[in-house]
Design a protein around this ligand. Structure first.
Ligand code: ADP
Ligand code: MG
Length: 633
């Protein structure tokens, strides 16, 4: 109740205490977690460094194995070892048809909804579950390093991820027991890591060459707010392609088939050859030459790779990269020489050969003071810290990557929220009936830039029922779209003439329903009771902190509305809540929260009444809020 009249734009939740929050780069190839300890972010390392390969092995039942250990198992049990799951997030089987031939595990259809992965033992997994396993590993690492349960996480997603992909990522976070504070675009995170938001304006390119994908984005910063102007790239271009190209260079063109062979021994040989090529490639970051040795098809191959040769091997890949960079500049409406900087992201940009290429394309020295492997996670940690109240002077805003709209008569799309609108944002539009006595509305929510619904991505369909019969065109159905801070869309509809509020249900075409997520949450609990208690404890602690901070802020702001006895009772209830929240009994914390609510109720009511009274006198609400904030003239 106290919260309802706190200042707009202010987060009373976190004013006082710094919470245990992290930033997570959930990558196609590698993932990592970072945290802001004092002022600057740092990655959190486990055994074997901070980078966790985004690979999950399910062989042999039991708990899934994540990271480097899973990579090792993948050679033995490829069909039960899931890599590159990010490519499957929020996608249907039809969407990922091209990937199907490239991965050694089996993909199956789930009634036209999100694609599933079929394991050898007959289990079917959603990509959300696999991602949750990776996030769970990162969470454990972070909790071990930070000495307690996490209060929240910011997770990064590619700038081009649509609503279904974002929703799936968010679900994976929930499933891993994380409170997902926000999803942030990877290029935005990279820019934050470099502190580019501290300038007032500027235009930056973010060049991200990872293991399997290449993304390039143009960001503009206006008054501390980033907008992704354009994104482009190539979803099938990355460091892995370089590794395979090196094997072909050493062993001949036919050495690496496009899809993995079914013969286990042949598969192992190829994997070992590609691994040797990768080692040599990575060694060339520091050295001028490196040896590559492997055996393929009974042939022992041994060669020395130089940087000059690597550059020649990379040339066809760089040509594709250069084309994508030129296009994204054109889409954004900038020339390379108008940029204020180029940020390097992704493990592959550590290579001097790649840096030379970037320098040539953009005609400038790229920013590379931060480790390009870490930069996205570091930026996510900065964002998490901001959301937790660590650096309240920074404002961060992301944008809607693709326009959101409704299908209207004739399959035409009416866009409600335009591409690149800064989020959170919303729009409301009124629609009417097409036929006399029409009592239902079939609504179809789509995302994309095209004008016809069938050319856009279908996000959800729902029906609004219970509209009273009227002549065509008389009904007034107000549809509102709200995009929250994660870029996730909430749709609501109501009919105004009749005043009837009909309930609607949004059924995403892809992605999981809440019930499915709940079910998976329960399924994922090995020790369901303990885990649920732990979860409840965390939720209650977060709530306790929120209430304490809000009460403190309100007391500081409006001491004149506080009677001595109410003040004493409130202060006592706050101390009690603080004491109990340090313990582990979530039921007791809930009780103490309610006790504080009761104790502070007279105070809350006086503040509320003042607000209402003032509003009734015809004054603008923001004026009242300013007054409540103590800024009266
Ligand atoms: P993703 O974003 O797809 O998860 P990463 O950003 O972690 O991927 O990049 C992984 C890629 O970076 C791999 O292809 C790896 O070989 C490459 N890489 C890592 N270190 C180096 C290095 N020193 N030189 C060249 N490439 C490197
Ligand atoms: Mg990446």
């Amino acid at each position: 109740m106290l919260l309802q009249i706190s200042e707009p734009g202010e987060a009373p939740t976190t004013a006082a205490c710094k919470r245990r929050v992290v930033g997570i780069d959930l990558g196609t190839t590698n993932s990592l977690v970072a945290h802001v300890a004092d002022v600057s972010p740092a990655v959190i390392a486990g055994d074997g460094g901070p980078v966790v390969p985004s690979v999950v092995a399910y062989a042999g039942g039991g708990e899934p194995v994540v990271g480097a250990a899973a990579v090792a198992r993948g050679l033995e049990a490829p069909a039960d070892t899931i890599a590159s799951v990010k490519r499957l997030m929020g996608r249907s089987l039809a969407d990922v048809e091209a990937i199907r031939a490239l991965v050694p595990y089996r993909l199956v259809d789930d009634a036209g909804r999100m694609v599933k992965i079929a394991l050898g033992d007959g289990r079917e997994l959603s990509p959300v579950q696999v991602s949750a396993a990776i996030l769970g590993e990162l969470r454990r690492r972070a909790e071990a390093a930070l000495g307690g349960p996490l209060d929240g996480a910011v997770i990064t997603v590619p700038a081009y991820f649509d609503d279904a992909q974002r929703q799936a990522t968010r679900d994976a976070g929930r499933l891993a027991g994380l409170e997902v504070l926000r999803l942030v675009a990877e290029p935005t995170a990279a820019a934050l890591a470099y502190g580019l938001d501290r300038g007032t304006r500027g235009t930056y390119a973010v060049y991200d060459l990872g293991g399997g994908t290449f993304d390039v984005s143009i960001l503009t910063l206006v008054d501390g707010v980033f907008e992704v102007r354009a994104t482009g790239g190539d979803s099938a271009l990355g460091g892995d392609d370089l590794d395979r190209a090196i094997v072909r260079w050493a062993a001949g063109d036919g050495a690496v088939p496009a899809s993995p062979p079914s013969d286990a021994a042949a598969r192992r040989e190829i994997a070992a050859a590609v691994a040797a090529a990768r080692t040599a490639k990575e060694a060339l970051t520091a050295a001028e030459r490196a040896g590559v040795a492997f055996t393929l098809g009974g042939r022992a191959i041994e060669r020395t790779l130089t940087r000059v040769e690597l550059a020649a091997i990379c040339a066809p890949l760089f040509e594709r990269s250069a084309r994508a960079c030129r296009r994204v500049l054109k889409d954004a409406g900038y020339r390379a020489d108008e940029l204020d900087g180029v940020v390097l992201v992704g493990g592959s940009t550590r290579s001097p050969v790649v840096r030379d290429h970037v320098r040539a394309v953009f005609g400038r020295e790229p920013l590379c003071e931060l480790d390009p492997d870490h930069v996205v996670a570091l930026g996510a940690a900065v964002q998490a810290d901001v959301l937790a109240g660590g650096q309240s002077d920074v404002v961060l805003i992301d944008v809607v990557p693709l326009s959101l709209g409704l299908e209207t008569m004739g399959g035409v799309v009416e866009k409600l929220v335009a591409r690149n609108s800064t989020i959170p944002c919303g729009a409301t539009q009124t629609f009417t009936t097409y036929a006399d006595n029409q009592t239902g509305f079939a609504l179809h929510v789509v995302q994309g830039e095209r004008e016809t619904a069938d050319a856009c991505r279908s996000l959800a369909r729902f029906t609004l029922r219970g509209v009273p019969p009227m002549v065509a065109g008389a009904a007034r159905v107000e549809i509102s779209f709200q995009v929250d801070a994660d870029g996730i869309l909430h749709v609501a509809a109501h009919e105004q003439v009749s005043g009837v509020e009909a309930a609607i249900q949004v059924k995403p075409s892809y992605g999981l329903t809440d019930e499915e997520v709940e079910r998976m949450l329960l399924e994922s609990f090995d020790h369901a009771e303990d885990d649920l208690a732990e979860r409840n404890l965390r939720l209650e602690r977060v709530e306790a902190e929120r209430i304490l901070a809000a009460t403190r802020a309100a007391m500081a702001r409006d001491p004149h509305l506080l009677d001595a006895d109410v003040a004493a009772a409130t202060t006592a209830a706050m101390a009690e809540l603080e004491r109990i929240a340090a313990g582990a009994d979530h039921v007791a914390i809930r009780g103490a929260i309610e006790a504080l609510d009761r104790a502070s109720k007279p105070f809350a009511e006086r503040r509320m009444n003042l607000a209402i009274e003032a509003a009734m006198k015809g004054r603008a609400l923001d004026e009242v809020e300013r007054e409540l904030a103590g800024e009266t003239r």
